[in-house]
Design a binder for this molecule. Structure first.
Ligand SMILES: NC(=O)c1ccc[n+]([C@@H]2O[C@H](COP(=O)([O-])OP(=O)(O)OC[C@H]3O[C@@H](n4cnc5c(N)ncnc54)[C@H](O)[C@@H]3O)[C@@H](O)[C@H]2O)c1
Ligand SMILES: [Zn+2]
Length: 365
């Protein structure tokens, strides 16, 4: 993407180029690692550009940064349609730029370039923007899909391994709800993909990396497309997101989002086995793959039945009064439950206790 001969980064959503100045907003890590190449790219193409760099930290998802971006759009003289700002970074950066663009003049287009694994497989398909407010995550936001999103696996070469594991949690979720082939790829190559940071050291892994990312994105797009505005709250993509939100908040900063999602994937699979919906052999495969991805299958907070009951109660409010709990009936298949009771949550939590690992990284070896 940063090869000056490649026009993609400049190309406007409808095609063609802008002669007006573009605002390019960079994640601070991207500026540090790729800033010279980004600047060389626009210089070589003689495109007038102004830069703004923001930290890729959850605290950056603030109304102050939205207003800072809006001020820069004013300074730059951004046109209504023909000079959309370009956001290059992880999900934090693209969420905050997306919100600013969706408010500016009641909404202008923007170009989203995702640079972490989580952002590439999850954020890049999403229609949502958002910032945190008064201690609540994504409390303010909009549904405003950008007309153009670009993904380049090259950026993953510098993403820290724990951030890659974070993205792997979301890929695992996609595999579990609808893609047995993706699950098999994770079983076979997941550990190597993390080790090589989705690059292509031997001339074969690059194709696997592209297939894994491509399948995760295609699966997500297929699920979101008919329900972009989330009017239907029975969403299989919510698998792994029923108990994890509260646990993730309680565990901060220990658990990244994708790690909490993975724990929820395992816990929900335990519930499914206890109901006789899922073959215990499938649960064994799921637990084995989490360990291979150096993701923990269990955690003390997922053994705490009271916390898990509270987590589900909060999710029920988020799902407008229904559990709508996605549950596996096989690897690649889900159904929905609305009658999960306290006793079965406690029983599943007790099973999670038997899976507590000491150190997932060494257990995986
Ligand atoms: N809009 C949506 O629907 C949606 C969906 C999922 C997640 N999100 C949001 O995404 C955010 C999480 O995104 P994330 O996981 O990308 O985290 P992030 O944006 O915080 O990035 C993680 C870290 O990686 C750094 N980084 C980014 N690209 C890099 C690169 N190529 N090399 C080295 N370091 C790099 C960042 O500076 C940061 O320190 C959350 O705020 C979440 O709410 C939004
Ligand atoms: Zn998620």
């Amino acid at each position: 993407m940063l090869d000056p001969a490649n026009p993609e980064l400049l190309t406007l959503p409808g095609g063609g180029r802008s002669t007006a100045t573009r605002l390019v907003v960079l994640d601070h890590s991207i500026d540090e690692l790729y800033g010279d190449r980004v600047r060389a790219y626009f210089d070589a193409n003689s495109v007038p550009v102004e830069y703004l760099t923001l930290p890729g930290l959850e605290e950056s998802k603030s109304i102050e940064n939205v207003l800072k971006i809006v001020s820069r759009l004013n300074d730059v003289g951004t046109n209504r349609l023909s000079s959309p700002p370009i956001a290059i970074g992880g999900g934090v950066l693209t969420d905050v730029v997306g919100l600013a663009a969706s408010l500016y003049r009641r909404g202008i287009p923007y170009v989203r370039v995702t640079t972490t694994l989580l952002a590439q497989v999850d954020v890049s398909v999403a229609a949502k923007t958002g910032i945190n407010y008064e201690g609540y995550r994504n409390r303010l936001g909009t549904y405003s899909p950008p007309p153009r999103t670009l993904i380049d696996r090259m950026f993953l070469a510098t993403v820290p391994r724990h951030q890659l594991r974070n993205g792997m949690g979301e890929i695992l979720k996609m595999a579990l709800i609808k893609d047995p082939r993706l699950f098999a790829l994770l079983e076979r190559h997941g550990a190597d993909l993390i080790e090589t940071r989705f690059q292509d050291p031997d001339g074969t892994l690059g194709a696997v990396a592209s297939e894994v990312i491509g399948r995760a994105i295609a699966g997500m797009a297929e699920e979101l497309e008919p329900n972009l505005w989330e009017k239907n709250l029975r969403r299989s993509v919510d698998y792994g997101h029923s108990f994890s939100p509260l646990v993730e908040m309680r565990a901060l900063p220990e658990l990244l989002h994708g790690e909490a999602v993975t724990l929820d994937c395992v816990f929900s699979a335990v519930l499914a086995v206890r109901r006789g919906l899922l073959d215990p052999a499938d649960l064994d495969r799921i637990v084995a793959v989490t360990r291979r991805l150096t993701l923990r299958p269990s955690h003390p907070l997922f053994c705490d039945a009271d916390l898990l009951r509270e987590a589900l109660a909060d999710t029920v409010r988020h799902r407008d009064g229904q559990q709508n709990l996605p549950i596996l009936t096989g690897i690649g298949r889900v159904c929905f439950l609305n009658d999960v009771g306290d006793a079965e949550i406690a029983a599943a939590a007790a099973v999670m206790e038997t899976m507590l690992d000491t150190d997932p990284v060494s257990a995986a070896r």
